[in-house]
Design a protein. Structure first.
Length: 263
């Protein structure tokens, strides 16, 4: 039930969706000659559109997430396993086109493959099914198997967890598959902006993993002053950051994370 509620709630509070609904509502109020309501909806909507779409707001919200965990440094201790979270595929396009369709988070896969070659005795665990609420089509694990095969990774080294639909299920179901032992080193590969929530979920599930962040969307502190070149770019970045902050709050309140902002 948590999965369904979270998907519906996120649709309703997505900044770009809220802005669009306010603009439509304001336009309708203007047509109906309710000028007070039109002003009450249109003015905040336009201000929000400019702020989220053109100012560095998306960077400001995203940067603390990406900076929370530093890059993993090899200190001479080989990992027992490498866990890579799903989120790198558009499964609907993959099914329609008959081949894996990668998205912006593909660096999760390339990093995992690189680590697998670097540590040839480490297990590789891919966790991810289909996280869509409606129109479920395809499965990320199927796509990942094809991509890893093309990268030359031995299929015998890879375990696929293909039932999870969100980060919490990634953590719980992966722990059940991996059966980690105390003192083992397991690396967790996911996007830097998603790492705080992922680490919190794995810790809450009782799986001690080490953050290996990739797929950064900001360059660093300089981006706090860099506006976006287009409204669509800014809205997409703001939506992403707001979703993660809300996710962190909801995971903490529901006991699916060990801290509001894990470190």
């Amino acid at each position: 039930m948590f999965f369904e509620i979270s998907k519906i709630a996120w649709f309703l509070v997505t900044p770009s969706n809220l802005i669009a609904l306010a603009l439509v509502g304001g336009a309708a109020a203007a047509v109906w000659r309710d000028h007070a309501l039109a002003r009450a909806l249109l003015l905040p909507a336009v201000l929000a559109l400019v702020s989220a779409g053109l100012t560095p707001l998306g960077h400001v919200l995203l940067l603390p997430l990406e900076e929370r965990f530093p890059a993993w440094r090899d200190e001479g201790r080989a990992p027992v396993g490498i866990i890579v979270l799903g989120g790198s595929f558009d499964t609907a396009v993959s099914v329609a086109r008959g081949r894996p369709a990668l998205n912006e988070s593909a660096e999760r896969l390339t990093e995992a493959a690189g680590l697998a070659r670097r540590f040839p005795t480490a297990r590789l665990v891919f966790t991810g099914g289909d996280g869509r609420l409606l129109g479920a089509e395809g499965n990320e694990s199927d796509d990942a198997a094809l991509v890893f095969a093309q990268m030359g990774i031995d299929p015998a080294r890879i375990t696929y967890e293909l039932r999870s639909r969100n980060t919490w299920e990634n953590a719980v179901l992966t722990k059940a598959l991996a059966q980690p032992r105390a003192g083992e080193l397991w690396l967790l590969v996911t996007s830097a902006w998603h790492m705080p929530r992922a680490i919190g979920a794995f810790r809450a599930a009782g799986f001690d993993v080490v953050a290996t962040p990739v797929d950064h969307r900001t360059r660093g502190a300089a981006d706090l002053f860099r506006p976006f070149p287009s409204v669509s770019d800014g809205l997409r970045r703001t939506d992403l950051a707001v979703r993660e902050w809300i996710g962190l709050f909801m995971y903490r309140m529901s006991g699916r994370s060990t801290a509001l902002f894990p470190k």
